[in-house]
Design a protein around this ligand. Structure first.
Ligand code: MLC
Ligand code: AMP
Length: 497
């Protein structure tokens, strides 16, 4: 059987009373509860009439209950579709119209305003999570054993969206095999055991918090200290009880900036892992000075899960993301896809059991992103050194990573350009100490029109998730263009840095 739930369950501790999650209010969720609750939800979802392959879309604040629902979907071979809680109506509406879920579980505010979402087809079952609500997902739970649905490793387990250069989000279908094989590779690479206690402060609607972190824990039967979000002071209070932490680079820059971080609170810690965005050498060095720990940096993406990692034992080189994980092939190629030598910069392509098979309903786009010998074009550029360590030096995709979240300039530009006062705009990322890159809009106004920075930010916040909204707006008379008429963003970046 290729069902990912069974893969995970092999790692659960023998004693199912062992703690899986400890919440900050002290409540404990055991592995036994995880089994039982996920079975109850799976029974309930099946009784609603859902069939393997149907989507369950979830836009909920972080809670252990969402993990139960994720595992329930795996058990019943339904496709789990987590949605960023920051998404506004327009963004949510696009995703739901595209994914066409049979079940949508959301916060009460969205539930009560579902009619504003302009759904092309109504969703059969919409629930909240709060047991006090009339339509709570908790009400569908059914006691009793649940027979895990047989499926192949090629069945889709999860649908995660990432935007693209066109600004239109693409659904990425990750299979039971993709997620399971990567979880095994990571558990081994990072030496997870049932002695581990992971500080889990990441959101669980992305690969990092959902598959990377939870996968290592499930497969090793280890324990999680679970926080709603990342707060450096809270993390410093919890770290004395932890052995491993995972985070985006912003978590580490915030920890380094805190006067309370020192070696005395890290007596049990064995490993700090960073990913989702570049970790600056300065952060790596400052963190080591304060903690005696070399942060382990790794590289991944939604389409591929984790590709490369610095070693657990061995040299962790700053500004590299290490070597490919077990069974993953990586190559650096030129524009004509010829393989390049050590040290030469080119496009990063990957192949392996971790790589997704196709985009949701976008066969042409899938074809475009894979080579004839089935390597996936990551859209990242880099080189490999003599020891096989990969360094990422840029991207061919126009994308900004702010605090570990991707922002696609095209999406922000399209919205700004839709304002009648605006002639055109260019959105760029500028280096930022806290967020890595900070979204910045360069705007040309139409003659005789006026709009302030605050006006633009205020309007954008109405229609898009806050993390995409520029932190700064700069007004100019025109945008620099090359001979082909393309806006030269490198000139803008150099000028405004
Ligand atoms: C929140 N805000 C951000 C932001 N996060 N702005 C820019 N970039 C971000 N990442 C804005 C909000 O809109 C809000 O704006 C204000 O900041 C306060 O919100 P908050 O939620 O209180 O912010 P904060 O707690 O400081 O969050 C920052 C953060 C968080 C870095 C802790 O974004 C985070 O946890 N990021 C991790 C994302 C992640 O898991 N990425 C993994 C992707 S998977 P206002 O104006 O309304 O006040 C992947 C694959 C792989 O990439 O390799 O792992
Ligand atoms: P996402 O699609 O949200 O999963 O983002 C994946 C992208 O994040 C990759 O294609 C890289 O551009 C970037 N990324 C992830 N990890 C790292 C890292 N350690 N260093 C640099 N970039 C990274």
């Amino acid at each position: 059987m290729g069902n990912l739930y069974l893969t995970y369950r092999e790692g659960f501790p023998k004693d199912l009373d062992s703690t899986f999650i400890e919440n900050t209010d002290g409540t404990i969720i055991s592995y036994g509860e995880l089994e039982e609750e996920s079975a109850k939800y799976a029974n309930g979802l099946s009784e609603l009439g859902l069939q393997p392959g149907d989507r369950v879309s979830v836009q909920l604040d972080k809670s252990h209950e969402v993990v139960f629902i994720y595992l329930a979907c795996l058990r019943a071979n339904l496709i789990f579709h987590p949605i960023n809680t920051a998404y506004k109506e327009n963004e949510l509406s696009f995703l739901l119209n595209d994914a066409k879920p049979s079940v949508f579980i959301c916060e009460k505010e969205i539930y009560e305003n579902i009619s504003f979402l302009n759904l092309e087809e109504s969703i059969s079952h919409v629930f909240t999570l709060n047991p006090a609500d009339h339509e709570s997902i908790q009400s569908i739970k059914k006691e009793g054993d649940h027979e895990i649905v047989d499926c192949s490793p090629d069945h889709t387990a999860a649908l995660l969206y990432s935007s693209g250069t066109t600004g239109r989000p693409k659904g990425i279908m990750l299979t039971h095999g993709n997620i399971g094989s990567n979880a095994h590779a990571l558990k081994d690479a990072w030496g997870f055991s049932d002695d581990d206690i992971l500080l889990h402060s990441l959101p669980i609607y992305h690969v990092h918090g959902l598959f990377v972190a939870l996968g290592c824990v499930f497969l090793s039967g280890s324990k999680i200290l679970w926080t709603k979000s990342f707060d450096a002071e809270q993390a410093i209070e919890l770290l004395p009880r932890c052995t491993v932490m995972m985070g985006v680079p912003t978590y580490y820059t915030r920890l380094v900036a805190s006067k309370d971080l020192d070696k005395s609170c890290l007596s049990k810690m064995r490993l700090f892992i960073s990913g989702s965005a570049p970790l600056l050498e300065d952060t790596f060095i400052q963190f080591y000075k304060k903690t005696d720990h070399h942060i382990l940096e790794r590289y991944g993406m939604t389409e591929t899960n984790i590709i490369c990692s610095n070693p657990l034992n061995g040299e962790r080189k700053p500004e590299t993301v290490g070597i490919p994980l077990k069974d993953i092939l990586l190559r650096i190629v030129d524009d004509s896809f010829n393989s390049l030598e050590i040290g030469e910069i080119g496009h990063i392509q990957v192949r392996g059991p971790n790589v997704f098979n196709s985009y949701w309903n976008l066969p042409e786009k899938t074809k475009e992103d894979f080579t004839s010998d089935n390597y996936f074009n990551t859209g990242d550029k880099g080189f490999v050194d003599k020891d096989g360590y990969l360094s990422i030096v840029g991207r061919t995709k126009d994308m900004i990573i702010s605090g570990g979240l991707n922002v696609y300039p095209k999406e922000v530009e399209s919205l700004i350009d839709s304002y009648e006062e605006v002639e055109e705009s260019a959105v760029i990322g500028l280096a930022d100490k806290d967020l890595g890159e900070s979204v910045t809009a360069i705007v040309v106004l139409n003659a005789n029109f006026y709009l302030s920075e605050d006006d633009i930010i205020f309007r954008l916040k109405e229609d898009m998730a806050g993390f995409k909204v520029p932190k700064k707006v700069i007004f100019v008379d025109d945008l620099p263009r090359n001979a082909m008429g393309k806006v030269q963003k490198n000139i803008l970046r150099d000028k405004y840095q």
